[in-house]
Design a protein around this ligand. Structure first.
Ligand code: SF4
Ligand code: SF4
Length: 713
């Protein structure tokens, strides 16, 4: 990882009584250290990548505390780490992005939850649901219920989040069950402050090691015949123990209100959105005081029936605010109340949307619908509904005023090494016709958007080759699977490559080797040329594939478009059967630029020579057909008015953000577009030779009839 988290690491050192200020996810990281964890691990993914990134940068501090940090190769490995808490009084935490990461970890999670734990085991989930999400819209709730893992969903406020992390370990130990901490995007990024405590050493750790393994106990294995006992323990002992702890420790909260005939039950993570919507409707103030009583479920699972009943008794109706479908909490509240013969009406979905993020707009509508249906004394439901409508009315008016705003899909960074590969695929498809493309998770999935629009399916991280297994044999042209090096090590090596070789598949696999898991923040991985300890991990994709028996393998520099086109055509058309792998090699440009810019800035400070490459378009030659833009999609290529008064088509121009990757020129050459691209070298602190060459060039060009200003020579 090339980015430094020094400031964040300093915040982790704060002690008793000092004020921590920062983001929710960093507060979680600090709370883990205050809780005496002995180990942490995880697999990166928004919105929780930061947790592991900061831990990795804080290695010195963690070594002092004896905390082991593991950067796992996937979420299954991270979940399996928690196995340390099954037999030993070791507190540990792992993290990943849910729901996709939880899917990968599911096997280990079941095998962890069945025997249960002695040491507190915490899973910090980045719940990527709702606006801005980048994964399938499902929730982690079902996993918690089916595996008897308790699910905390803290109110997005730093003291509450920190308190919930610390209590999570106690809850886990009191009930012998693992605990999940659900953090939505907004909770991860909410900023605030809390009073820090000293970091704690774990009961046992790298600084104070266990003397040896425990006495053999079959009940610690998730294996028959003890699985039947474990099922009973989960339901009859661990669940009641958890509910008792949640109730005694007051993990859930009640915000009182004066309109007591109704109430709102809300998942903790949605509390801020709810209070904001109530405030806009004049039913709450900016400090969180509400007119309608609110029961905040900082523990989303399990519910505590006594608390639900106490909150609902005497109320005519409650609204359950729980995003997504199915409505797990609403069903459970209904069951608890009906079972106790409490007649409180339960509303939820119907007033609120059945799908989608419960943002302020969704909640304004939902609260208005709830009040219109229940008409509590003391609130003018019609006035509230009118106010909600007024807030929402500006939307259609704004759409009418602005017209259709073009979609702005995400795109590769300027100079990304993956862009040329898709330009090459487009050129090859022009010649041999379209083929099925299995896309994958990673930056390269941006190729599914315009101008490339390449990709027919995405089945999960590292799954592209496996997802083409049944396509190839049913199609008269080879399919192409695209996979990143991150996906390769996460899952693709076994699920895709081994399976393909085992089944004698005949497709084409392109592995984008950019050196990092780039999309999640440029973390190192097994084939990176460096690691968190400095040395390269020493695992190589090419050697690995050859060792597994891949015979047709080419490594191609991505920016060489003509070479990439030729290699792809060969892979698609060769008579040789079997898996054909192209390793598309080019370092992530974002990392490269961070490094190169810092190095250049240092050189400039020392007055040393710095050369920057830029590309440009000769506006007199540009025909204005813009194929270069359509084929490369580079954001540094744009258009400007044609300087020739006799031509109306705007010409292409290269703007200052160009990093000089050379793709536009390569594409123009490989696609035989036009000769308008030129390459220029910008030299700062030129030496005598640079000046002499520039002067000579200037003279020659002037003699040949052109005038060149000195600065451009
Ligand atoms: S982060 Fe790196 S790999 Fe990803 S789009 Fe940017 S340059 Fe390309
Ligand atoms: S304008 Fe051309 S050289 Fe510059 S970054 Fe874009 S593709 Fe690369």
């Amino acid at each position: 990882m090339e980015r430094s988290f020094k400031k964040e690491v300093d915040a982790l050192r704060l002690g008793d009584g000092e004020t921590f200020r920062g983001e929710g996810i960093l507060a979680v990281t600090k709370a883990l250290l205050q809780s005496g964890v002995s180990y942490v691990g995880g697999y990166q993914g928004a919105p929780v990548s930061h947790l592991l990134d900061v831990m990795v940068d804080a290695e010195d501090l963690l070594a002092d505390l004896g905390v082991h940090v593991e950067t796992c190769t996937n979420e299954a490995a991270a979940a399996a780490m928690l196995g340390a808490s099954i037999n030993y009084p070791l507190r540990g935490a792992v993290t990943w992005k849910s729901i996709v990461g939880t899917n990968v970890a599911a096997d280990a999670l079941s095998n962890l939850a069945s025997p249960g734990v002695i040491g507190g085991a915490l899973i910090v989930l980045g719940e990527d649901f709702g606006e801005g999400a980048s994964v399938i819209q499902e929730r982690s709730y079902a996993y918690a219920m089916k595996s008897s893992i308790w699910l905390l969903d803290p109110r997005p406020d730093l003291p509450t989040i920190v308190d919930m992390v610390e209590k999570a370990f106690e809850l886990s130990e009191a009930s012998h069950a693992p605990v999940m901490l659900d953090l939505r995007v907004r909770a991860c990024h909410v900023t605030g402050e809390f009073l820090a405590k000293n970091n704690k050493r774990g009961a046992y750790s790298g600084q104070h090691r266990l003397a040896g393994p425990p006495r053999f106990e079959y009940g610690r294995l998730a294996h028959p015949p003890v699985i039947f006992t474990q099922e009973r323990l989960k339901v009859e002992e661990r669940l009641p123990a958890a509910q008792k702890f949640i109730r005694e420790q007051k993990l859930n909260e009640v915000i009182p209100g004066d309109v007591n005939e109704i109430g709102i039950i809300v998942l903790g993570g949605l509390t801020n959105n709810l209070l904001r919507a109530l405030a806009r409707l004049d039913l709450a103030d900016l400090y969180g005081a509400s007119r309608i009583p609110i029961y905040v479920l900082n523990v989303a699972y399990p519910l505590v029936p006594e608390e639900v009943k106490e909150f609902c008794i005497g109320k005519r109706a409650v609204l359950v605010v729980e995003e997504g479908s199915p409505e797990y909490v609403e069903q459970q509240v209904n069951m608890i109340l009906r079972g106790a013969d409490i007649a409180t009406r339960v509303l939820g979905k119907g007033c609120l949307a059945r799908s989608g993020d419960y943002n302020s707009e969704a909640l304004l509508r939902g609260i208005a619908a709830f009040l219109t249906q229940t008409r509590p004394t003391g609130i003018d439901a019609d006035a509230v509904a009118k106010r909600a409508e007024e807030f929402l009315a500006h939307k259609p008016a704004a759409v009418a005023a602005t017209g259709d705003i073009p979609a702005r899909p995400p795109n590769f960074c300027t100079g990304c090494p993956e862009r040329p590969v898709f330009a090459a695929i487009k050129l090859v498809q022009r010649e041999i016709g379209p083929t099925h493309i299995s896309a994958d998770i990673g930056c390269h999935s941006f190729a599914t958007f315009a101008p490339f629009s390449l990709g027919n399916s995405i089945l999960g991280y590292g799954m592209s080759l496996a997802s083409a297994a049944a396509v190839g044999p049913n199609m008269d042209r080879r399919s192409i699977a695209v996979m990143g090096d991150g996906g390769f090590w996460h899952n693709g090596l076994i699920t895709g490559v081994a399976s393909n070789l085992f089944n004698k598949g005949d497709g084409v696999l392109i592995v984008m080797q950019n050196g990092y898991t780039s999309a999640t923040g440029q973390q190192f991985m097994p084939s990176s040329t460096a690691s968190r300890t400095g040395e390269a991990p020493g695992m190589d994709i090419e050697t690995t594939l050859r060792g597994m028996g891949v015979k047709w393998l080419r490594k191609v520099r991505t920016y060489g478009v003509a070479n990439m086109v030729a290699t792809l055509k060969e892979a698609m058309q060769t008579a040789e059967r079997g898996l054909k792998v192209i390793i598309a090699d080019g370092e992530c440009q974002l990392v490269r630029q961070r490094r190169v810019r810092a190095e250049d800035a240092e050189k400039l400070k020392r007055g040393e020579r710095v050369v920057r490459i830029r590309y440009g378009v000769d506006e007199e030659i540009c025909t204005g057909d813009h194929s270069c833009i359509r084929l490369s999609g580079c954001p540094s290529l744009t258009v400007k008015p044609n300087p020739d008064p006799l031509r109306t088509d705007p010409v292409t121009t290269v703007i200052d953000s160009c990093v000089g990757c050379g793709l536009c020129g390569e594409v123009a050459h490989a696609a035989v577009l036009c000769p308008s691209f030129y390459r220029a070298e910008l030299i700062c602190n030129p030496g005598w030779w640079d000046r002499a060459v520039a002067a000579w060039r200037h003279r020659v060009i002037t003699v040949l009839g052109g005038y060149v200003p000195k600065s451009a020579a």
